[in-house]
Design a protein around this ligand. Structure first.
Ligand SMILES: *[C@@H]1O[C@H](CO)[C@@H](O)[C@H](O)[C@H]1NC(C)=O
Ligand SMILES: *[C@@H]1O[C@H](CO)[C@@H](O)[C@H](O)[C@H]1NC(C)=O
Ligand SMILES: *[C@@H]1O[C@H](CO)[C@@H](O)[C@H](O)[C@H]1NC(C)=O
Ligand SMILES: *[C@@H]1O[C@H](CO)[C@@H](O)[C@H](O)[C@H]1NC(C)=O
Ligand SMILES: *[C@@H]1O[C@H](CO)[C@@H](O)[C@H](O)[C@H]1NC(C)=O
Ligand SMILES: *[C@@H]1O[C@H](CO)[C@@H](O)[C@H](O)[C@H]1NC(C)=O
Length: 587
């Protein structure tokens, strides 16, 4: 009723063609019919209700009530109801007739995993388009040049859909996540140079496609670009110098490509003043980290991991007062850690693993009051012992000091850390046994269960269970530990991953280990464990990763899940072991 009155009113005030309640513009109708014709299956049922001629009333279609033209098409794969979100399917191909909708401002077909075809070459006809969502489809082929004609475009989302929010908990221990990537788009070819004409672009997301070639030299012309994601493609060449001109940029993800050359920014103070999130990891970038890096004063999270960066960590890092996460692992960085790192008072995570950094560690690191994760593994640190401040940092709960040349016993200072330890990796060091004095007084009851006092030399029993109640990850592999695995390990109730492989631990596998109901990963290979696999281990229902190979185990592998589900290789190298998955026992 109200609408009819408005129509009457409009016919008096505007041109007669402005009021089109019945029917819709012939081009729009033809375009939508053509789009529907390309889809042969729609589980959401939305397209089945597209009947008659008044396309403005169709589900997912929005018209401008003045011109009567279709301005928005929303048919996303993810549908939200009041209670839950579900994914609907549309099987078919994207008909080029969608480009007949020349007044279109928003086209959202994101997350329709069954939508195939290409981005139509005629996409440039959609001159009014502001937002284009074609992520998470099965689209292939090049991104057409004509996309550069969409001069009003503000958001372009052509990435795949990784469903990252939907992974089940506990999946973190699994390394082979690739299998969970669903039906990604695989756009191929180069990023058209015409992109530089999209001067209203604010969001540009092309991640996880198969794009090749260089990043367009003139990308810096996108002056209002805020978020820029080209990660996980096959882009080559250098990062264009013009990125220095991206004055509005706050998120720049160029990681997981094959980019080379030096990091060309920032060239002057005040450039990229809002850059907060920078990912350049997994490329082939070389040269030094620019000495000016500290000019990027808004940086919060930075990853330069797994490149070929060399030279020292610049001392200008101390300007990065907003920095909370810094990933520099897997490069060829050398020299010592600059004292100025102690000024990064907001730092939560520092990872410099797998570089050529030398010791000693600066005492100034003890000022990192918010540091929760410290990873210095596999450097030339030659630490000999763990610095005292490591135990005194009030927030530190994840400590990775593998391959740091730590010698002797597991140090006393881990008995009483300022913060409960959740993850501890001291693998690939020179740790040996020996009972610290504090251990005897603190945990006398543990020793009663040991049968052979002369084998108290195991390093594991020295860990104070007081501060380790929250321990989820313990890696002491590749050390020189001998003796027995103490039953006290069963008190580490939160443990999910236990790796004691490549030591000289012996005696029977402790039954009490079966009490660790959260255990997902158990690596005991390459030790001298003897006896049978305790039948209690069948209680380890969450076990996803097991390796007992190359020990001296005997007898039948307890029958049933989860043990029988593991491949033979988890049990081989134990000459006396038999039963599923190995060959049957001889009775
Ligand atoms: C027409 O569209 C404008 C802007 O979208 C809106 O504010 C107005 O309420 C609409 N009028 C009718 C009658 O739907
Ligand atoms: C940008 O647009 C102008 C004007 O339409 C055109 O002449 C030019 O070739 C375009 N640039 C690129 C790189 O496509
Ligand atoms: C950055 O922009 C300025 C003017 O806006 C221009 O003169 C300069 O050439 C641009 N730099 C690069 C590297 O594109
Ligand atoms: C590391 O320490 C050992 C002694 O523990 C010493 O022999 C060696 O030269 C040191 N290496 C470096 C690179 O400082
Ligand atoms: C334990 O550390 C070793 C050597 O540092 C590494 O190879 C292994 O993957 C780690 N184990 C787990 C379960 O992360
Ligand atoms: C393991 O659990 C059993 C009961 O399931 C209990 O009797 C035993 O004391 C526990 N062992 C340890 C070391 O916690």
């Amino acid at each position: 009723m109200g609408c009819q009155m408005l129509c009457l009113f409009l016919t008096f005030t505007l041109m007669a063609t402005t009021c089109i309640v019945q029917g819709c513009h012939p081009a729009d109708l033809k375009g939508l019919a053509g789009f529907r014709g390309g889809i042969h299956m729609d589980t959401s049922g939305r397209l089945a209700k597209w009947a008659g001629l008044s396309c403005c009333t169709w589900q997912g279609v929005v018209c401008n009530n003045r011109t009567g033209r279709v301005t928005e098409v929303h048919l996303p794969g993810f549908l939200a109801t009041a209670d839950f979100v579900f994914q609907s399917q549309m099987e078919g191909w994207l008909s080029p007739s969608i480009t007949l909708l020349t007044s279109l401002e928003v086209l959202d077909l994101g997350g329709l995993v069954g939508l195939s075809g290409r981005i139509p070459k005629s996409i440039g006809h959609l001159k009014n388009l502001k937002k284009l969502f074609l992520y998470g489809n099965k689209l292939r082929g090049p991104v057409p040049d004509s996309i550069g004609k969409l001069s009003k475009l503000e958001e372009l989302h052509l990435h795949e859909n990784r469903l990252s929010g939907y992974l089940p908990p506990g999946v973190g221990c699994l390394k082979n996540l690739n299998a969970l990537l669903l039906h990604s788009n695989r756009f191929t070819g180069r990023i058209p140079a015409s992109f530089s004409n999209l001067t209203n672009l604010i969001y540009l997301d092309l991640h996880s496609n198969s794009l090749t070639g260089n990043i367009p030299e003139n990308i810096g012309e996108l002056q209002v670009l805020k978020e820029f994601d080209l990660s996980e493609n096959f882009l080559t060449g250098k990062i264009p110098v013009s990125v220095n001109n991206l004055t509005s940029i706050s998120v720049m993800y160029l990681d997981s490509n094959q980019l080379e050359g030096e990091i060309p920014f920032p060239s002057n103070y005040g450039e990229m003043p809002m850059l907060g999130f920078l990912r350049l990891q997994n490329n082939r970038l070389s040269g030094k980290i620019p000495p000016n890096f500290g000019y990027l004063v808004s940086l919060q999270r930075v990853s330069l991991e797994n490149n070929k960066l060399e030279g020292a960590i610049p001392s200008s890092f101390d300007n990065l007062q907003a920095l909370s996460e810094l990933y520099l692992g897997g490069n060829e960085l050398s020299g010592v850690i600059p004292k100025s790192i102690g000024q990064l008072s907001r730092l939560i995570l520092l990872s410099i693993s797998r570089n050529l950094i030398q010791g000693p560690l600066p005492d100034e690191m003890s000022a990192l009051q918010n540091l929760q994760t410290l990873d210095l593994s596999f450097n030339s640190l030659n630490l000999s012992s763990i610095p005292r401040w490591v135990a005194e940092l009030p927030s530190l709960s994840r400590i990775f000091l593998a391959g740091c040349g730590i010698e002797g016993r597991i140090p006393d200072l881990l008995r009483s850390t300022a913060s409960p330890i959740q993850e501890l990796d001291l693998s690939a060091n020179y740790l040996t046994g020996g009972i610290p004095v504090w251990m005897e007084s603190l945990t006398l009851q543990f020793f009663e269960s040991f049968k052979e006092p002369s084998h108290f030399t195991s390093g594991i029993e020295q860990i104070g269970v007081v501060t380790l109640k929250r321990l989820e990850y313990l890696n002491l592999s590749h050390n020189l530990q001998e003796g027995q695995l103490p039953t006290s390990v069963a008190k580490l109730k939160a443990l999910k991953c236990l790796d004691l492989s490549y030591n000289k631990l012996g005696f029977g596998l402790v039954e009490a280990l079966a009490n660790l109901s959260n255990l997902e990963t158990l690596k005991l290979q390459r030790n001298h464990f003897t006896g049978k696999i305790p039948v209690e281990y069948l209680k380890l229902k969450n076990l996803k990763d097991l390796d007992l190979s190359d020990n001296l185990l005997v007898g039948e592998i307890p029958a049933g899940k989860p043990l029988s589900d593991f491949p033979q290789s988890c049990f081989t190298g134990n000459r006396g072991l038999c039963g599923k998955p190995l060959s049957p026992c001889k009775s």
